[in-house]
Structures are given as C-alpha cells and as structure tokens.
Design a protein around this ligand. Sequence first.
Ligand SMILES: Nc1nc2c(c(=O)[nH]1)N[C@H]1C(S)=C(S)[C@@H](COP(=O)(O)OP(=O)(O)OC[C@H]3O[C@@H](n4cnc5c(=O)[nH]c(N)nc54)[C@H](O)[C@@H]3O)O[C@H]1N2
Ligand SMILES: Nc1nc2c(c(=O)[nH]1)N[C@H]1C(S)=C(S)[C@@H](COP(=O)(O)OP(=O)(O)OC[C@H]3O[C@@H](n4cnc5c(=O)[nH]c(N)nc54)[C@H](O)[C@@H]3O)O[C@H]1N2
Ligand SMILES: [Mo]
Length: 764
Amino acid sequence: MSKRKVRIVPPENFSENFKLITPKEKAVGLPAITSAMHHLAEEMGLLKGLKVISKMNQKGGFDCPGCAWPDPDDHRSSLGEYCENGAKALAEEATTKRVDPEFFKKYSVEEMSEWDDYTIGKSGRITHPMILRSGKSHYEPISWEDAFKHIADKLKALNNPDEAVFYTSGRTANETAFLYQLFAKQFGTNNLPDCSNMCHESSGSGLSETVGIGKGSVTLEDLHKADVIIVMGQNPGTNHPRMLSALEKCKKNGGKIVQVNPIPEAGTNAFIDPQSPISILKGGTQLSDLFLQVKINGDIAILKATMKLLLEKEKEQPGKVFDQEFIRTYAAGYDELIADLEKQDLTTLIAQSGVEKSQIETLVNYLVPTQKIIICWAMGLTQHENGVENIREVVNLLLLKGAIGIEGAGTCPVRGHSNVQGDRTMGIYEKPPTSLLDAIDKNFGITSPREHGYDVVDAIKAMNNNKVKVFMAMGGNFISATPDSQLTGEAIQNCDLTVQVSTKLNRAHLVTGKEALILPCIARSEQDIQSEGPQFVSMENSMGIVHSSQGTATPASEHLLSEVAIVCGIANATFGNSPINWEKYEQNYDFIRDEIERTIPGFDNYNQRVRIKKGFYLPNGARERKFNTKNGKANFTVNNVPNHQIDDKHFIMMTIRTHDQYNTTIYGMDDRYRGILNERRVILMNPDDMKATGLKKFDIVDLHSKYAGDVRKAINFKVIPFNIAKGCTATYFPEANVLVPIDSVAKISNTPASKFIVIEIIKK
Ligand SMILES: Nc1nc2c(c(=O)[nH]1)N[C@H]1C(S)=C(S)[C@@H](COP(=O)(O)OP(=O)(O)OC[C@H]3O[C@@H](n4cnc5c(=O)[nH]c(N)nc54)[C@H](O)[C@@H]3O)O[C@H]1N2
Ligand SMILES: Nc1nc2c(c(=O)[nH]1)N[C@H]1C(S)=C(S)[C@@H](COP(=O)(O)OP(=O)(O)OC[C@H]3O[C@@H](n4cnc5c(=O)[nH]c(N)nc54)[C@H](O)[C@@H]3O)O[C@H]1N2
Ligand SMILES: [Mo]
C-alpha cells in the first residue's frame, strides 16, 4: 500500500510581521512577567492560570513540566517558584482548546500536516483515544479497550519482540517509566530509545567512564558557594531560567561567572529576578564576568589551552595550582594527560578556539587560587561528533584542581526534560546493566532479554530497513525531534502501527505508520484519581533529588487515562495471565514504588521518603569522592583536538532553541532575547562573513548540508546579522533538522551532532 502524502518537514514559507530589534543584554524582569501572564491568559484565562501556577514547584504541589532545574530546599518564593518559560509550559498543557473527535473528522492528516508546528500544537489538548486505520485519511474514535487489544494483537503477531520499539520522552514520571521498561522487558526487547539519546547521552557516557556516575555531582548549595562557575554550551536564560537565581547567589557570595558560547546569551550576561521587586527596581545583577566567544566546537581547544597555562603555573609553584594530593589518592592517568599537554602547541590551540589569549589568561587567573570550581553544560557540548570527548575534557580540568566531591565544586550537566534523569534511573535504557536485569528477573519471575536494543538513531535505521513493525512513544515528538527529518519520516511510514501517548497534537500524529493510535493522557498539572483514591507521581531533578508531584487541575477531558493506567492496560491486554500482576499497579501507585524500592538501588523506604515534601537525594559516589569506575579511580583521559578544515564557501551551523519554544512545541514566534520577532526561518551570521560572501541583511537563502557524498537541502531562510563567532551560523530546531545527517553522531554516545552541521549558503 502506498504511503500517505503527508508533509514531513515543517512548511517552508515565511511568517508575516517579521521584525528585528536590538538583542537584549539582560534577561527576565518585567517583560518576562508580562509575557508569562499573557500566555496564561491566552490559553486558560488569567484567574485560573494564576490559581494553577501558584501550586507549581511548591512543596506538595506539582513539578514544573519545563526543565529539570532543582527547587530550593528551604525557601520557596511566595510568588511561586516558576519562571516565564515554566508559565508558558503550563499554559501550553492547561489550554482550554480541545482536539476532539469532531476536530479529527474535519481535518485529514494530510491537511493537518501542511500546517506549521505552531498551528498544530495550538490546536489544543486531545480528548479521546483515536485510531487512523489503514488506507484512511482521518482519525476516528476508538474505545480504550479496543485500542489496548489492537496494540496487543499487533505485538503478539510479530515475528520477534525486537520488531517493536518503545520510545520515551523525558516528561514521564518514575512510576510510568519503571512500568514501561518492565513491560518492554517482559515482552522481550531492550528497544527502549529515549530523548536522552539526543540530549545528555554524551554526558552520561563521558562521566560514567571518568568519574563513575553518569549524572552531575553538585547540589544547588554548591552553586551558591562556588568561586568560579563556567557555563559552557548552555543558554540558561531561556532554557533553565531558575538557574539564573543560583548564579546570582554565587555572584553575591563573591563568585565569578564565565560564559563560553559562540553567542553572548542574554541570561548569562545579566539577570533581573522577576520574583524580587528590589531586583527589578535596581535593574538586576551583571552576572557574567568573562565571555569567551568560542567557535562552534572550539571547547576542547579552550579547555586544553587553559590546562596548558595552568600547567605552566604549576611548574612555577609546584603543588600550588593542581591538587597533587587528590590526584595521587583518587586519580589515574595524570602522567599521560600531562605528556599530552606538553605536546600541544598553545598558539594552535588558541587559534582553534577562536578566543583571544588574554581572555584565556583571565580564566586561568580565576582558576589558579581556588578549587571551588563548577562547570555547567548542556547541548552546546553534547551534540557534537566529539561530544563525549568534550565532557571528558571538562572532567580533566576539574580533576587537575581536585574540584570534585568538595563543597562548591564539581560537574553540572544541566538536564533538559523534567524527568529525563529519573527515566534512566528507572531503567529506560537500550543498554541496561546486568544488575538491573538480574534484579528484575528475580523480583518479577520473568526472563529479561540480555541483548542490547536500539537507541534513537539505530531505531530510525532499523525502521528504514523495514526491521520495525510497531513503534510506540510515551510522550515526545519523535518525527520532529530526530535528525534527518525526511529520511526519518519515510522510515516511520514503513511501520505497520505507530502509537503515541500524548497530551497535545504534534507532527508525530500525522507522519505515522500504516495504522496509528493516539492515546491521550492526563497532564502533570492535573488530578490523577484511581480506584484507591488520588495519586501522585515522582521525578528526579538534575541534581538527583527525588520528589513528588501532584496535579490539582481537573483533567482536560473525562476520557483521559493516566500514563500508568495506559501501560497497565496495554500490558494486561498483551500478557493476560502473567507472573506480573499488572492490574494492581494502577490502583495505587504506592505498589509501583514498592517494586522500584525492591529493584533499584537508592530507593529504600521510597513511599515514606517521597512523602517528605522536599524529597530525598539519591546516592552519588562522585559527590563523596567514591569513583565507581572499572579501576575505582577518577580517570584522566587524553582526547584529540578536533581539527576542522572548512573552506571559505562553507560554514558551521548549530541548531538551537528560541526563547518561545519547548523543544518541538512552539509557544510563540518570537526569540525575544535575541531580538528576532515573528520569524523562525532565519540563519544568524557574523556580519564579516556576510560581507565576505556578499550576503545582505534579510537576503533569502537555501541551506545545503553535504555529508558523506549526500546533499540535504532546507529552503527559505532569512539572513540575520548577529554577534556570533566567525565562520559559525545558527538556525532553529526543528526547522533545520532536515539538514542533520543521520550518520553524523557522537562516538560512543551515538548522539546526533545537531550543533555541528557543515553547510553551504545559497542565495536565491
Ligand atoms: N524554555 C525551554 N526550556 C527548555 C527547553 C526548551 O526547548 N525550552 N528544552 C529542554 C531540554 S530537553 C534541554 S536538553 C535543555 C537545552 O538547553 P540548552 O542546551 O541551553 O539549549 P540549546 O538551545 O540547544 O542551546 C545550546 C547553547 O549552546 C551554545 N552552543 C552551540 N554549539 C556550541 C559549541 O560548540 N560550544 C559552546 N561552548 N556552545 C555552543 C548555543 O549558542 C546555545 O547557547 O533545555 C531544557 N529546557
Ligand atoms: N536539531 C536539533 N534536534 C534536537 C535538539 C537540538 O538541540 N537540535 N535537541 C534534542 C533534545 S535535547 C531533546 S530532549 C529532544 C526532544 O524530543 P522529545 O522529547 O521527543 O520532544 P518534545 O518536543 O519535548 O515532545 C513534545 C510532545 O510531548 C507530548 N507531551 C507533553 N507533555 C506530556 C505528558 O505529560 N505526557 C505525555 N505522554 N506526552 C506529553 C506532547 O504531545 C508534545 O507535543 O529533541 C532533540 N532534537
Ligand atoms: Mo533535551
């Protein structure tokens, strides 16, 4: 049967009323409050909006569906612990607009796929389970029972369990994640790709082998107490706004903030606390002491240059710069690292980084006298072919200073989705450790598969080779989040059945297998009432604190089920008589937490401790200088400096988020801090590069990315002159995902290199 003629990549036309204004130098403040209130009022009415948001991130309230930044242990703002973008995330899920059976009757999937992602998302909350039958153009309603049976029948008819893939996006709570991975294992596959594969996988890989834990080592308190915080490849003003309060506290305590980024991001420069009237009146705090405008992927060069200069100082004053005692007691590989640094040529490193020597010297001067150093990072480091090496190099610098496992120091990968870290702890992983599989087999009387499964990139390749028949997604938007959109879209269409557990409509409901199901679920801010009464769920934030989350709002529709109930429903229909009592778990989530406690280390007395309002910390070896690596040491590593030979006709392109989106969910069309209003099809370029290539402001261009002989094209982008490092350009995700080659991935972590795409810019 032929595939449906749906649009896989977002429409390529420009919006109206495009405007360019001066980029902001300060983040947050009154405009942020106004913007947040505007979004709340628009989607749910101001009064209701204010009532719901007052419960966000409060002890006993619900966890912000935005980012994974932790809440303060003690003081929580009476204005509510949220930020502008948290308010937008809430407005998005609490919208009063509905996508109901009438809506699906009116619009065919082909028609909806021609809409832009903003319009698709703004359609509203999905109210009923729906099915798109083979050969049909419209979704139709289906009962929950029939939907579960349909999935079960398809799964049971597969030739082998590895023909099914179970994807997870990082909003899923611990309770759902645990059941979902258990379901996949009972079914017989480790095909459990998740959004982490495209996100912090490089951090997990790099940290596990060097310091023995794939998570960060610092607490919020540590950030307040640090002497130097280096923020690398991260835009906290937009993506983790509450982190700015921590940076501000560090600054007030005399700490220095260093930003390493190809563009000067507003939030990291200066910050006005929206929840402090005094801060608003005073015009805020200048946060950044030093801005290193690195070339895209020049981070290894900067870090090596920094360590080389530190080594010179250490030689002048032995034992005064490096923590030789820490190195002797806890670390391995020091001599090899030093030998490599000796070999490196400083001038070449500095040229490769794109930064002035004097600026690196300033950083070195900050670092010499202290061990209280924290390095924070996000996608600017992980989404590179050398993403894992980037993280290892961060670790090298910290280890030389003994800056780990002491107050005010350590590693800080800043997570994205609010429970992406917890999902991994719960066993959402295509390469599960044997210890987890053994514990599951013992506790549940099943035989878990031992063979590793597909991650995101391998799942796409397997679909492309017709090896996957059923694809199920617990949340997320697989089609728009993944690389190489056209290839991925066609690969998904090879599946017999695709199933999406979702709150809101997105492109993944329109680019589907031959048959598709939408299973709509209760959202984070909504009440979840089961047969034994109201339930709460739990999440793990970026700093390893597990805490509860309980929604208060009435669910968007009476036909919604919780994610837990959906997994249990599918499992019941699939296994019938099973050693696992699937019916029990949805009645009372305490039963699930008991199972987690039995199976996963660190969750002792889970049900009791999760009820303590501020939650509890999971064990973290690195925090206590217990390095659970193969050799029991913290490992220095020697990594190559990426040496890119890019000619004058080509540019490096990074794909980044605007201030008005949550990954593939487009809240609005503005990138306020960067001064770009009402247009997403833009390419940010250095004015000197524009001059050299004869390009003018607002010229319309096509972008071509050549990789391993193939050319990928994205058409219609407006050129915007911007303060970005030379030779570098930026476009927005997901519009430019069509240019990210599926084979351009980080070594070891297999994360798509969405921050390093070599492009040619072709003027129309
Ligand atoms: N409001 C909002 N919040 C979010 C999200 C959202 O979309 N919207 N997404 C969530 C998720 S899942 C995640 S993972 C995080 C993402 O948070 P971020 O990683 O902050 O998001 P990106 O927009 O990808 O920004 C990457 C940053 O790295 C810089 N950069 C790119 N390449 C390089 C490089 O080679 N070197 C250096 N030093 N810098 C580089 C870019 O200029 C940009 O500032 O945010 C989470 N929070
Ligand atoms: N080019 C490029 N590509 C990237 C990135 C990049 O920087 N550049 N970033 C990557 C990163 S870091 C990530 S994390 C991925 C994100 O990949 P995903 O996690 O797959 O994508 P999201 O856009 O976060 O998913 C949004 C959808 O989740 C659903 N949803 C929202 N809330 C809930 C809920 O409570 N329950 C359920 N079941 N569904 C819900 C809604 O239907 C919504 O449309 O994208 C990656 N892709
Ligand atoms: Mo992410």
